[in-house]
Ligand binder design. Structure first.
Ligand code: ATP
Ligand code: MG
Length: 535
């Protein structure tokens, strides 16, 4: 432990990339699929509503997409947008665009038409592919100046159908292999804190980011992975890539609701799953889940939002598998710290508090905590802004030099906007986004701390704490609560519970009850919305 809160992993070997089945490091998306299709051509790559697709078949469909794109005039470095829910066609377009050197732009299909228009106008794709159910966006897509072709499942007035698009496109691989520092794909930030920004991730970013997960998750051709996190989000795509790298099958059947999700996980004996805490919370509340046999499930990976300790403890009992928490941003190609299965199994009283952390930096990721004003490193134990270095950090924001400069410290350290501190053992604790911190009567209130105390109340299923204006204190915390089951817990009882456990200034001055907390597609709480609604 150094004198400042900088955690530099002890060993930094040059080759900590994930390796392809042929032994070369992962440096782009196209070789990932190619290598896998050579190593296990007949293994199942995808299980969908249409049955099973082998790696050989997926590879050929990707070739056809690549040739269709070439035919449509797409060139190296051009963008190809995919807007849709998780589906096999996402993978064909992802790998197909890569095989001819264009850049996939993964877009959230749940955005409003105006937001989709913003992202398409910003990324300027040549071709836009819409998933099943998202045909309604074809007008928006077709109206964007750069767009030459819109592809929908069935074709409509201003689009071509998927089958027509691919008919006549050859099966041969165009054979492009991009360089590690070329942009491999663009995600758009979810816009929790402002306008969405394009985040350019390179092949090298992906190769490095997959390494730790790949080594831990122990995937092989018998693995079946389920991903109720969208592929247009780095966590969802990460699981898809790591599964294909390991030769496992991705279960991509359409799911109508949580009960169907559970039934599918059982039927296909899912071995690996990724889920956000909000989904885990819904699942553990279902009797069908509590009674089921989860012996096939090996790993549950979670992250993207804070995990309440009582929920984690309950979920550990229910699923009985290995748990892995990751913390990261789209800008850091996903997880940069991790709470390992071993950390989750620790029963030692003296280390139990680690379950409230987001774990330790992954291999090869330097992480610093800096004072958000002076940008100087702070001592261990002190709160500050989490800053990430190393090969996980994005190339830049797409066509946005100002935002890139404002986010990158000294050119290559990523400012996260997350408050955090390290303990003496190198575990990272998050203390909210700096923008969510509440200053009440001159005291800093960290909503996560208050939320964690309140979520220990048996009558509370979910809670969010936000600051609202107060004439007396500047800001004051209020709690927005979803009651559990048939609980009738009252405002007074909740405030009383917090007073027994927290300093006075941290206690909510009011409690509002709500049916469901507002979240975006990636499970993130929309605190801006709550602040507006309850102002
Ligand atoms: P935008 O940047 O557009 O506002 P966003 O930050 O929500 O959107 P992401 O990059 O998907 O988009 O999310 C990264 C953020 O998610 C982190 O900065 C952190 O606040 C939160 N986060 C990620 N993992 C965890 C975790 N394990 N525990 C708590 N919070 C997490
Ligand atoms: Mg962010």
């Amino acid at each position: 432990v150094g004198s400042t809160a900088t955690r530099e992993p002890a060993t930094r070997e040059p080759s900590v990339n994930a390796l392809l089945p042929d032994g070369r490091p992962v440096q782009n998306l196209e070789d990932l699929l190619r290598s896998r299709a050579i190593a296990s051509p007949e293994s199942t790559a995808v299980i969908s509503d249409d049955g099973r697709t082998s790696f050989r078949e997926l590879d050929i469909e990707a070739n056809r997409v690549a040739n269709a794109l070439l035919r449509d005039g797409v060139r190296t470095g051009d963008r190809v947008a995919y807007i849709g829910a998780n589906a096999p066609s996402f993978l064909s377009v992802l790998y197909g665009s890569s095989k001819m050197g264009s850049i996939l732009t993964a877009v959230n299909n749940r955005l409003a038409p105006g937001e989709v228009d913003y992202i398409l106008s910003n990324s300027e794709p040549t071709v836009v592919v819409l998933g099943a159910g998202d045909e309604g966006l074809s007008d928006v897509a077709a109206a964007v100046g750069s767009v030459r072709t819109v592809v929908t499942v069935d074709g409509s007035a201003n689009s071509v159908s998927w089958n027509d698009w691919l008919s006549g496109a050859g099966d041969d691989d165009p054979g492009v292999s991009r360089l590690p520092d070329d942009t491999a794909l663009i995600f758009y930030s979810s816009g929790t804190t402002g306008h969405p920004k394009g985040i350019e991730l390179t092949g090298a970013n992906l190769g490095r980011a997959l390494a730790t997960m790949y080594h831990l998750l122990d995937l092989d051709t018998d693995s079946v992975a389920m991903c109720p996190v969208p592929f247009f989000h780095v966590a969802g795509l990460g699981l898809a890539l790591v599964t294909t790298l390991g030769g496992g099958a991705l279960l991509l059947k359409t799911i109508a609701g949580p009960l169907e999700l559970v039934a599918l996980m059982q039927e296909y004996r899912v071995t690996h799953a990724v889920a956000v805490p909000a989904v885990i919370s819904v699942l553990t509340s279902l009797p069908a889940v509590r009674e089921a046999d989860w012996s096939a499930l090996q790993f549950l990976v979670y992250g993207a939002a804070p995990m309440p300790l009582p929920l984690l403890q309950d979920a550990t009992k229910v699923f009985g598998c290995s748990f892995l928490q990751a913390y990261g941003l789209t800008e850091s190609t996903g997880g940069v710290t991790m709470l390992t299965p071993e950390d989750h199994r620790a029963t030692d009283e003296s280390t139990a508090h680690r379950l409230k952390s987001v774990g330790q930096p992954m291999f090869g990721v330097p992480i610093r905590i800096v004072d958000p004003v002076t940008l100087e490193d702070v001592p261990v134990g002190t709160r500050g802004e989490v800053v990430i270095g190393g090969a996980h950090v994005m190339r830049r924001y797409w066509r946005n030099e100002a935002a890139t400069a404002a986010t990158m410290l000294d050119g290559d350290w990523l400012r996260t906007g997350d408050g955090g501190s390290f303990d003496e053992d190198g575990y990272l604790y998050l203390h909210d986004r700096l923008k969510d911190m509440i200053v009440s009567g001159g005291e800093n209130v960290y909503p996560a701390e208050v939320e964690s105390v309140l979520s220990g109340h048996p009558g509370i299923r979910e809670v969010a704490v936000v600051g609202i204006h107060s004439d007396r204190w500047g800001e004051t915390p209020i709690a927005v609560v979803v009651r559990s089951g048939d609980s009738a817990v009252t405002e007074a009882e909740i405030i009383e519970w917090s007073r027994e456990r927290l300093a006075h200034f941290k206690c909510p001055s009011a409690v509002q009850f709500i049916e469901e907390l507002p979240r975006n597609a990636s499970g993130k709480l929309l605190k801006t919305r709550l602040r507006q609604d309850f102002a």
